[in-house]
Design a protein around this ligand. Structure first.
Ligand code: MN
Length: 254
């Protein structure tokens, strides 16, 4: 089994290292990951500038390729230039922080997995809920066990999955749930500050716990209750229901 591993926290992130070490039990792992953090870049790509990449070593051995670009760039570059044989699996993570609800659409981690699915390869995004001292090693073991089960059950390649782990406090995780992503907006804010030259600048903030109503039956709720969540995703943005509703409509060209 050949595995391509990326993330959006950068090639030096703890979550990537832990997942690399855990995934080794499944096969060979090639790392192509951003050289610096790319959280929140979603599915952006580099195409107005050259895409630079260099080797990164760990304990004197080649660890992976660091790319001055986004997670989607990394997977694209790996598929088109770096991997001699296409991987059987693309994994993106472990992200520092959950990628549940509509955060999925901002996530560079999930975009890395989506890019893998574009190439028809089974792809899994893995994220761990933020906590004071996140422990990526057990999280990586749990994630790898679930990735193995995903591969056992997939009838054809190309399936796209979003896997989220709750905080690993005593007794958690309490189980695994397959759930849809939440659609609510919550805890968003922009903070206005003044720079030393008197000009305003802004920081995008998340306000934890404020107006926070958990949507029942979603990934947001399940992760908050201590479950590991699995959400099958697809990148077809067409609204099939409305497409059907408007099928018989005629449009005027004016
Ligand atoms: Mn991140």
């Amino acid at each position: 089994m050949r595995i391509l591993l990326t993330n959006d926290d950068g090639i030096y992130a703890q979550g990537l290292e832990a997942l690399h070490d855990a995934l080794l039990r499944m096969g060979t792992v090639d790392i192509v990951a951003p050289s610096v953090e790319q959280s929140g870049v979603s599915h952006s790509i580099t195409y107005l500038e050259p895409l630079l990449a260099h080797d990164v070593f760990r304990h004197g051995r080649l660890f992976g390729k660091a790319v001055r670009g986004s997670p989607a760039d990394c997977v694209k570059l790996a598929m088109l230039q770096i991997c001699n044989t296409p991987p059987d699996l693309v994994v993106s993570g472990i992200n520092a922080g959950a990628n549940t609800g509509i955060n999925v659409l901002y996530s560079g981690t999930v975009a890395g997995a989506i890019e893998g699915a574009f190439f028809g390869i089974t792809s899994v995004a893995v994220s761990l809920t933020s906590s004071e001292k996140p422990d990526y090693v057990p999280a990586a073991q749990i994630a790898t066990g679930l990735i193995e089960q995903i591969l056992e059950s997939e009838t054809r390649p190309g399936g796209l999955w979003n896997l989220n782990l709750p905080e690993l406090r005593p007794g958690w995780p309490v189980g695994v749930k397959t759930v849809p992503m939440g659609l609510g907006r919550y805890g968003e804010a922009m903070e206005r500050r003044i720079d030393p030259r008197g000009r305003p600048y802004f920081w995008t903030m998340t306000v934890a716990g404020q107006h926070h109503t958990l949507e029942p039956g979603t990934d947001v709720e399940a992760v908050a209750e201590g479950f590991v969540t699995l959400t099958p995703l697809h990148f077809d943005l067409t609204d099939r229901r409305r497409l059907g509703e408007s099928a018989n409509r005629t449009w005027r060209l004016e």
